[in-house]
Design a protein around this ligand. Structure first.
Ligand SMILES: [Zn+2]
Ligand SMILES: [Zn+2]
Length: 354
């Protein structure tokens, strides 16, 4: 299938229009027209090869929402016209202990990333995966999510990465009514962590370097904002949290936050992939505290999130852009100048030239 999208041709070049082919439908494949695609910080990192594993050209995009336009002969769960979504992974071995438990994101043989990765099965062994900054997507049925009725299509796309990345640790660490949750950073991930934890009934505190975002934090559902550059306020908050979700997407110092955990509390890193400043183990040992990491979530858990958001009325705050505004959006994302997630209206992408 001929399609078109936007790609980063190299780590230094801006994104530009790119025509390419999607694979012919296999019996278990779903083809969708992409309606909306969220802009994740990973899209920017991968377009610049910040993690060293980008495969150029990179067609980014793993917060994908669309409409089914065709299905393979053996597809049972979806039919033409259904609203569906695809997140950060599009395949896994389906056979290891983790896949069998529904933790495809932890597949022993590595899940296939939605873009900048290699397809698992292909006659061409190095067929690249291309993401959602495109008109069409072809994905095996097992990695396609159903968009429940009542979820605003134009706002739901960021749930597929920012949403599940924060929902999964909230579920893993059993957050519920009365849980004391801290959220470091109020960006794309952080604002979802606040909305989701608050919808689960938790007592939510945003940790931010300045007080600038206090009104926003409260509007999003937080109970308070704690200014992390204020030593007195930080000292008063000692042992305050059972769980801290750290959404900061760059190298930073977690040492000021660890003493804010209660005994047996966990600080879970979901933003930065790579080194952190050197951690001090003293507060870890003394309080039996933990530092953990968490990558997205499994397919069943992602479906659970979409259903939860439809029921609880939780949606990301988005700023809609056109496809040709993506390079400006990347520049603004780098300055954290977005409240709180860009979403590309894919209708703005011209159809593939005949
Ligand atoms: Zn992402
Ligand atoms: Zn597996």
């Amino acid at each position: 299938m001929k399609t078109t999208g936007y790609a980063a041709p190299s780590r230094t070049a801006p994104l530009a229009p790119f025509d390419f082919e999607r694979r012919e439908l296999r019996p278990n494949d779903v083809a969708m027209e992409v309606l909306y695609c969220g802009v994740c910080h990973s899209d920017l990192h991968q377009s610049r090869n910040d993690w060293g594993w980008s495969r150029f050209p990179v067609v980014p995009g793993h917060e994908i929402l669309g409409k089914v336009i065709a299905v393979g002969a053996e597809v049972r769960r979806y039919k033409v016209g259904d609203h569906v979504a695809v997140g950060c992974i599009v395949d896994s071995c389906q056979d290891c202990d983790q896949c069998r438990k529904g933790f495809e994101q932890l597949c022993r043989k590595m899940p296939v990333q939605t873009y900048s990765d290699t397809e698992r099965f292909s006659c061409e062994p190095t067929a690249p995966t291309y993401g959602g900054y495109s008109k069409h997507l072809v994905t095996r049925e097992e990695f396609v999510l159903r968009v429940p009725d009542g979820l605003d299509l134009s706002r739901a796309a960021p749930l597929l990465c920012a949403g599940i990345t924060t929902y999964s640790p909230l579920r893993t660490w059993n957050v519920g009514p009365g849980s004391r949750v801290g959220v470091i950073g109020l960006g794309g991930l952080g604002h979802m962590a606040v909305k989701l934890a608050s919808a689960m009934g938790a007592d939510v505190t945003v940790l931010s370097r300045t007080g600038d975002k206090e009104a926003d934090a409260l509007r999003l559902g937080a109970d308070r904002l704690l200014v992390s550059s204020d030593p007195e306020a930080m000292a008063k908050a000692a042992s305050m949290f059972e769980l801290i979700i750290d959404t900061v997407p760059v190298k930073h110092d977690i040492n000021p936050y660890v003493p804010l955990l209660d005994i047996d509390g966990t600080l879970v890193v979901v933003g930065q992939i790579g080194p952190l400043d050197e951690p001090n183990t003293m507060p870890l040992l003394l309080g039996r505290r933990r530092i953990a990491g968490s990558p997205i979530g499994g397919i069943a858990e992602t479906q659970e999130l979409l259903d939860f958001c439809a029921k609880a009325g939780v949606l990301p705050d988005v700023e809609m852009i056109r496809m040709d505004q993506i390079n400006d959006a990347f520049a603004r994302l780098e300055k954290a100048d977005v409240r709180y997630r860009f979403v590309i209206d894919m209708a703005s992408l011209p159809a593939v030239a005949a």
